[in-house]
Write a protein of this length. Structure first.
Length: 385
């Protein structure tokens, strides 16, 4: 990314007319490049230097490098052959005509060069403004789920699912307070956190645990881990969460008495297998975990990765709660975007036979911008089918 920054810096500096436009482009590109280097070095060294960078600036750095550079690469792939072809087939006009055309076209050329040079900062700042508006907004998404053979005592049981809070770089302050207010306002029987409590830094773990402690449930709260929780130091994360006293399920189960009936929560540890074997490994871990299933209790599987649903449905689990996908993060509509490209299940309700899966878009963000994938708390009402 730094190499691409340098290449585009040189290119846009050459495009820009000498003067303010060239200076502005240089300031923007230098800020993006130095900001990225600062964030990378801070995370690698666990020094936390990136914490002093304002949220707007960090958002701009992420948007430029993950969206802006990608779009420019696509434009370059398309434009370079066209420009080369135009140069080859174009004929050189006579000197007199060229001089006339040149004098007439300079103002248009200057304007186009000026506009092209300013495109990166205008694009980045515009999208960053949208991102900043979104970062403190969370909706409550509601589902009423008919569950086959749901015990009559649990008819009407409510669950608040809070996933992917990513406490840290983009999720802090106001949005955390709003999340607590919304969750507590639901008065749910259970509050279940389905992974990625923190974004990456263990320095944010205390704030994440305090967030969980502030959430109120009538009968119980539980938490599982996600992949972002383990970025810095998996063992330290797991040790500190266990020591917090919050029910933390790592390939474990716990039974909570809800309305006088036992509800068994089975929490899947994050499966640290990547590549082609990931889904098979997840399925194996799910089947192993479900060996703990109690015949007397109503079971709910908590699995950060939604592909755990395949094995859960095979075993007849009535309800699985997942996150991880952020609803696809950047979606053109409900069916087109990163969600279906990367996952079989990416947002909302999925069913297979009598088994149901809920995938939450999540509350927080590792990337500041969402498109058609709003941040959410999920509220479930279970009904006897």
């Amino acid at each position: 990314m730094v190499s691409l920054d340098i290449i585009w810096w040189i290119l846009f500096a050459r495009i820009a007319t000498p003067g303010p436009a060239r200076i502005l482009v240089s300031i923007f590109m230098a800020a993006m490049m130095l900001g990225l280097i600062t964030i990378i070095v801070a995370r690698m060294s666990r020094a936390g230097w990136d914490r002093v960078i304002p949220k707007f600036a960090v958002s701009a750095i992420f948007i430029w490098h993950f969206i802006g550079l990608g779009l420019l690469a696509l434009i370059g792939v398309v434009a370079i052959p066209i420009l080369l072809g135009h140069r080859i087939i174009s004929r050189k006009p006579s000197a007199k005509i060229e001089q006339t055309a040149e004098s007439a076209a300079w103002s248009r050329r200057d304007f186009l060069r000026f506009g092209a040079a300013l495109l990166p900062p205008v694009f980045t700042i515009g999208l960053t403004g949208v991102a900043m508006y979104q970062l403190n907004r969370v909706r409550v998404r509601r589902f009423v789920l008919p569950i086959a053979d749901l015990p009559s005592d649990l008819d009407g049981m409510t669950i608040a699912q809070v996933s992917d809070t990513h406490v840290g770089r983009f999720t802090k302050g106001e949005v955390l307070e709003e999340t607590v207010r919304l969750v507590n306002g639901l008065g749910a029987d259970l509050v279940l956190l389905t992974g990625d409590l923190i974004n990456d830094a263990l320095a944010d773990l205390d704030a994440g645990l305090e967030l969980a402690r502030k959430m109120k449930a009538r009968f119980g709260l539980a938490i599982i881990e996600g992949n972002h929780d383990l970025i810095e130091n998996p063992r330290e994360f797991e040790t500190r969460v266990r020591a917090s006293g919050i029910p933390f399920l790592l390939d474990e189960s716990t039974i909570m008495n809800v309305r006088g009936f036992p509800v068994q929560l089975l929490g899947l540890r994050w499966t640290r297998v990547y590549g082609k074997g990931r889904d098979a490994a997840i399925g194996m871990e799910v089947r192993k975990l479900l060996e703990q299933r109690s015949a007397e209790a109503f079971p709910i599987l908590l699995a950060h990765h939604p592909h755990a649903f395949d094995a859960a449905a095979e075993k007849g689990m009535p309800l699985t709660l997942s996150g991880h996908t952020h609803g696809g993060q950047l979606m053109l509509n409900e069916q087109l975007g990163f969600g279906p490209v990367l996952f079989r299940y990416w947002s909302g309700l999925y069913e297979r036979g009598a088994s149901k899966l809920i995938v939450s878009n999540g509350v927080g963000n590792w990337f500041p911008l969402r498109v058609n994938a709003p941040a959410e708390i999920v509220h479930l009402i279970l009904r006897r089918a």
